[in-house]
Structures are given as structure tokens and as C-alpha cells.
Design a protein around this ligand. Sequence first.
Ligand code: NCD
Ligand code: ZN
Length: 349
Amino acid sequence: MSILTLPGLIDPHVHLRDPGQTHKEDFYSGTSAALAGGYTTVLDMPNNAEPITTLERLEAKIASAKKQTVADIGFNFGTLGDNFDEFTKVIDKVSGLKIYMNVTTGNFKIDANKLIEIYKAWPGSKTILLHAEDDVSEIVLKTLAAVPKKTHICHVSSQAELEFVMRAKEKGLPISCGVTPHHLFLTDKDAERLGPYGHMKPFLKSAKDQKFLWDHLDAVDLIESDHAPHTKEEKDSAEPPFGVPGLETTLPLMLTAQAEGKLTQKQLLEKLHSNPAKIFGLVTDDTTKVEVDMSERTIKNEELLTKCGWSPFAGRRVVGKVQAVYLHGSKVFEDGKVLAQPGSGQIIA
Ligand code: NCD
Ligand code: ZN
């Protein structure tokens, strides 16, 4: 078999649900899925059942991760605009600040008028991550022009959203953006076929929007999985929650796109490794690497390590399966199995 060796991938946008919703995922299952997908570093989001908006909740989360993680993991802090006293207490323990400006999983949407106050209150230079869809782009632009703090726009999904980021970059504002694999590989047509299993925020968009993302890939700084596991039972309920898992399918999808000539290996490595490292100030290590078997295969739900046990990409033909992962020189994953001890991954600030 042909083996491709890559540096350990970095995903700055995952929801590992721990603590509070560990029936969906926990730090062990979530970071096991990360290794199976070639990721050695993940940054977790704060929209837990009890949102991570205080030092106390952050410390409880870090304590849980310390016992379980098999990959390196960092944490984005949360805010509803009423916890500024906590910012200085947590700043040395987090990777960034996540702000939700649109409705999604968890009651975590801020009052848009508070954005500028939050920007002023966030200390230092760690990145502010925004869930900011098209409808709020003007207020983001105004805020960023007034308080130019390093900002990452999460999961850009449409032509309008990417054009907004391109415009802000042209103005010299300190902005970056990410695109998810589901917005690159699925459209609103797939949403009809997938039903609740294609239901996420932002919604899947048209083929025209998707083509715009592919045609302007150089304006996209990174690929983020937005790994957002929910159980099948929850997805089949009357009100299915938003979100799809992605840690184990992103690399094979991107390698398949590379094989089809849709991007170069250099672009793939920038978006899955070097740009997320740069944007979130992460130190990389040459002894952290991934070996990928480049044979063709079909994505199967039964083979996934995520606790939710399903993928919107099940049944798809792809190239690339992670064969082995080395974390700081130790072999931590091989042949579908995690070798690392729970708690052996590093906690990153
Ligand atoms: C995410 C979740 O389930 O936590 N859902 C989603 O549809 N992406 C929340 C989010 O990132 O918006
Ligand atoms: Zn998310």
C-alpha cells in the first residue's frame, strides 16, 4: 500500500460535549476520533450544556480533559457579554474567545449591540472566533474597524459570507476564516436526502455558493471540521439539533479532492496544519505526524470512533485512511485502535 506522511493536523473548531452531554461524545471518544482522522490538536468550543463562561466551569472542563484526552487539546472561552470579570482570570488558560451571533445548538446567542463591548473587554491578543452569518456581517465590520482585534470567522458557507471576509482583508483588518468539509462537499440538494443528518448551522447552501468557496480557496485560511456530534435518537426526534460530526472524514475528503485536482497538497497542508497553528499561536513538533494509507475505500458508520456513530458522508468513496499517528514521538494510534493512555495528551493554553 502507498503511505503518505503528513504533520499532525490541527482542528480549531470541535464540540466534544464534555462535561454535560457525554452521551453524545466525551474527551476520550472525541480525541480518539481526532486521532482516527489524523488530528493531533483540537480546540474545543464552549457551548456545553452549561456554557463555559466562568473560570470555575473552565477548570472543571480542563480537569475532565486531563483525565481522558489522547490528543493535544485547547479550549475556547465563551461569553454572553456579562462575564468580563472572568476574562482576565482565564486568559492564560484558553486559546481564544468564541462569540455566537446567530442561533445554533445551546442558548448562546449574544445581543449584537454588545459585540463592541465584548471586543473592548477581551484582553491581550488571543483570537476572537465569531459565529457570524451573512445577516450580521455589517456589525462585525464596524466592530472590527473600531476595535481591530484578531478575528476568525467560523464556517463561512456562502458566496456572500466569503466576499465579506475578502472585503475585510482588503481593508487590512486582522481577519481570517474557515470553511467546513460539509459546506465544501454537500449542498442543499444533499440536505433534502439527508434530512436531520444534514441539518446544521450554517445550513447547507446552493451548488453556486459551494463553487464560489472552491473557486476562492486561497481566501479561505483553514478547514475546520465543526465536529458537532448528536445521537441518532436526537437527530430522529421531532426537533433535531443542529450539527454533524466531522473529525474522521475531513482528511479523506480533502485528500480525495486533492486527487481530483481541486486543490494542491501545499494548500491542504496550509489549511489543515500551518494556518491553524499560526492563527491560534500553536507550537508544532516534527515528531508529531500521521501516516495515511492512500488506498480507495468507502466511509462506513461502523468504523467510526465518535460516540454518535454516524456520518453524513457514510457510503462515499474516498482515498486515504489514517494508518498510524505519532504524538510527540510516541505511537498513539494504529490500525483503527488508540494505543495512548487516557490523559496522555497535552493541555494547551
Ligand atoms: C454546533 C453544535 O452542535 O454544538 N452545531 C452546528 O450546527 N454547527 C454549534 C455550532 O458550531 O454552531
Ligand atoms: Zn461549531
